[in-house]
Design a protein around this ligand. Structure first.
Ligand code: 13P
Ligand code: SF4
Length: 329
């Protein structure tokens, strides 16, 4: 697609914002897509929701709402748009569909999965419930709709501790992230029965790596996502969901910060916080990175890659997400 003078003029306000993080040669490739997507989404009354791990051209260029998975689920339940495009991974698009069973929800690449979501099936949850009768099931939102259908209440990294405490019980089954389960267990007196899932991005970080980077960067603030291993969380100054981490940077304006999470998030947050220096240990989520501007345009033009689920699954799975959104952050 050609980078015409009309496109340059129309997209210039967006480029001004991100120009420090992106050379003009790269922008000239993205801009025609950004222009076309923004025109088309108005025409079709579509909303583009993007997770914080999307690349800057998506996060700053075309997204109507960028956030963590809790806010994306809440926003999906409120939207007046006819069409929802989820720039994120499959479980996020499914969650948006659960909140909007009568709307079309599209995912630009159906292969955008998640190692946590694929670590457990509905059948696994049914077996756990047999093994631990009457113990409530709390599932991370990073699960399939089939797993959510077997779940009492969902949670995200932003509200996991609050959700577990809200149940007023002594023991819960907490699925599927073993590291998030360990983090929750460290913050509550409720006994946690966990599963063996891990995030393939966050499990790669180590406390040695963090301590080494700290040594070379005096005054560095280290903020970590709770999907990281316990040693990494211990070596950090703050732990929170992706939006919690963004808020930490915005509110504290540290001189130097390292976000121990998916790499694109630092690029996005740096653009909004030009006075903060970011140290970036770069682990990318291959699933999140499957979403690109050409795929978004194709999906919006042809309305392909629709999320479809049976009414029965929607009815059962929706309850566990709704119960979570009522409790909130
Ligand atoms: P958040 O809910 O913190 O945005 O995290 C989602 C996710 O996939 C993290 O890896
Ligand atoms: Fe899943 Fe980890 Fe990717 Fe998030 S970063 S979508 S938890 S694999």
């Amino acid at each position: 697609m050609e980078y015409t003078s009309e496109i340059r003029k129309a997209t210039d306000p967006i480029y001004k914002k991100i120009s420090k993080a992106m050379p003009e040669i790269e922008w000239s490739i993205h801009a025609p897509y950004i222009y076309k997507i923004n025109e088309l989404k108005k025409k079709k009354n579509a909303v583009i929701l993007a997770h914080n791990y999307q690349t800057p051209e998506i996060y700053h260029g075309i997204s109507d709402f960028s956030a963590d998975s809790l806010a994306l689920a809440i926003e999906a339940s409120k939207t007046k748009a006819d069409l929802i495009i989820m720039c994120g991974v499959h479980f996020m698009a499914e969650t948006a569909k659960l909140m909007n069973p009568n709307k079309k929800v599209l995912l630009p690449d159906m292969r955008a999965g998640c190692s946590l979501s694929s670590s457990i099936t509905g059948e696994d949850v049914r077996n756990l419930k047999k093994k631990y009768p009457n113990v409530p099931v709390v599932s991370y939102v990073n699960t399939s709709a089939d797993v959510k259908a077997e779940t009492d209440i969902c949670c995200t990294s932003a509200n996991a501790v609050k959700i577990v405490n809200s149940l007023g019980v002594k023991k819960v089954i907490f699925l599927p992230d073993d590291y998030l389960a360990k983090y929750v267990a460290s913050q509550t007196n409720v006994e946690i029965i966990s599963w063996k899932g891990t995030c393939e991005v966050h499990e790669k970080f180590t406390d040695e790596e963090i301590n080494e980077i700290r040594k070379n960067n005096p005054g560095l603030k280290v903020i970590a996502h709770p999907e990281c291993p316990p040693d990494v969380i211990k070596a950090s100054d703050f732990t929170g969901s992706t939006s919690g981490m963004i808020k930490y940077v915005k509110d504290n304006q540290p001189e130097k910060v390292m976000m121990v999470t998916e790499c694109s998030m630092s690029d996005n947050v740096q653009i909004d916080n030009p006075d903060v220096k970011f140290i970036k240990p770069c682990n990318l989520c291959p699933h999140m990175k499957r979403i690109t501007l050409p795929k978004i345009l194709e999906c919006l033009e042809n309305e392909t890659n629709e999320i479809v689920m049976s009414d029965e699954v929607i009815k059962k799975a929706r309850k566990s997400v709704e119960r979570m959104t009522k409790i909130g952050r």
